[in-house]
Write a protein that binds this ligand. Structure first.
Ligand code: C2E
Ligand code: MG
Ligand code: MG
Ligand code: MG
Length: 278
């Protein structure tokens, strides 16, 4: 419309802004329906210990395949769910499905797997309430907290810092382990890492991706590995797609990894077929 009017830049800007807003509202509406109808699914991506070549855990990743919109990426709908408060019910779906699925798998296997769930910064607005909810969910599904891992990003550590720190200590005492996701891309100060009850750093995919092409990436990956060693934290690399990346990581002391080289995130039945039916 703005073009027909001979459009000033301002009206073009407004048009696209309105369009974006409308799209967001549409996604929100469809998402709310999907949650109500039970159209939200959880996929599982294994975490590998490379040296022994075993699966030590899985990360639960939310999936939404909408009848009208098709597959919508979590990168698109998670921020909208956060803004609109839908993140709470989305999280409940993920917890319910993942806890019951992984406890079932663990009963059938000799070597148990940890379950990692992603948490949004928004969920830490009232950290103590969150702690209660997590405890409620885990006991409801009889899921042993020592096999539960919380993935948070560096931005979560900046939210409501004092309360969040208190909550992390409570979770830790309860037996849950805490990982910093996408590590190296955010703003966490190094002194935080010493102060907080953190168990594991997840090296962001972007540093693994161009490990060969870009010297600074391999140096950052190496620095994160040695940081984790000196702070006695675990370390895992995300987004490992190529053998040379795996080799680099093993050579440099990072034995835990996750990525398409081992497996994409899979639906529960595909995960069983690929890894559990032996
Ligand atoms: P994340 O937690 O860092 O998850 C890793 C993302 O990288 C996943 O994307 C995964 O499918 C993808 N990935 C794994 N291995 C590879 C690889 O080798 N190469 C490439 N190119 N990608 C790989 P996904 O599932 O689209 O999720 C994107 C982000 O959305 C997640 O990043 C996480 O921040 C968020 N997310 C996903 N599920 C949930 C959830 O249940 N709750 C919350 N709050 N956030 C979630
Ligand atoms: Mg994650
Ligand atoms: Mg990540
Ligand atoms: Mg990410």
């Amino acid at each position: 419309a703005s073009k027909r009017q001979g459009g000033s830049k301002v009206s073009i800007y407004h048009d696209s802004l309105n369009q974006k807003q409308a799209e967001k509202v549409h996604i929100e509406t469809r998402l709310r329906k999907a949650i109500q109808k039970g159209d939200i699914d959880v996929y599982y991506q294994p975490k590998i210990e490379a040296h022994r070549n075993v699966i030590t855990g899985v990360e639960a990743l939310v999936r939404w395949n909408d009848a009208e919109l098709g597959f919508v990426s979590p990168e698109v709908f998670i921020p909208i769910a956060e803004e609109t408060g839908l993140i709470q019910s989305l999280w409940e779906v993920v917890m319910r499905k993942a806890c019951s699925q992984v406890s079932k798998w663990n009963k059938e296997r000799n070597e148990k797997m940890t379950l990692a769930v992603n948490f949004s910064p928004r969920q830490f607005q009232d950290p103590i309430v969150l702690v209660n909810e997590i405890q409620h969910f885990l006991s409801l599904h009889r899921f042993d907290p020592t096999w539960f891992e919380m993935e948070i990003t560096e931005s979560t550590l900046l939210m409501n810092a004092e309360e969040t720190i208190k909550a992390l200590h409570l979770l830790k005492k309860y037996g849950i382990s805490i990982s910093i996701d996408d590590f190296g891309t955010g703003y966490s100060s190094l002194s935080y890492l010493k102060k907080l009850p953190i168990d594991c750093l997840k090296i962001d995919r972007s540093f693994i991706q161009y490990i060969q092409e870009d010297y600074s990436n391999s140096e950052i990956a190496r620095a994160i590995i040695s940081l984790s060693q000196s702070l006695k934290l675990q370390v895992i690399a995300e987004g490992v797609e190529e053998e040379y990346q795996k080799a680099f990581l093993m050579e440099n002391g990072c034995d835990h990894m996750q990525g398409y080289l081992f497996s994409k995130p899979l639906a529960a039945k595909d995960f069983e077929a690929a890894f559990l039916n032996s």
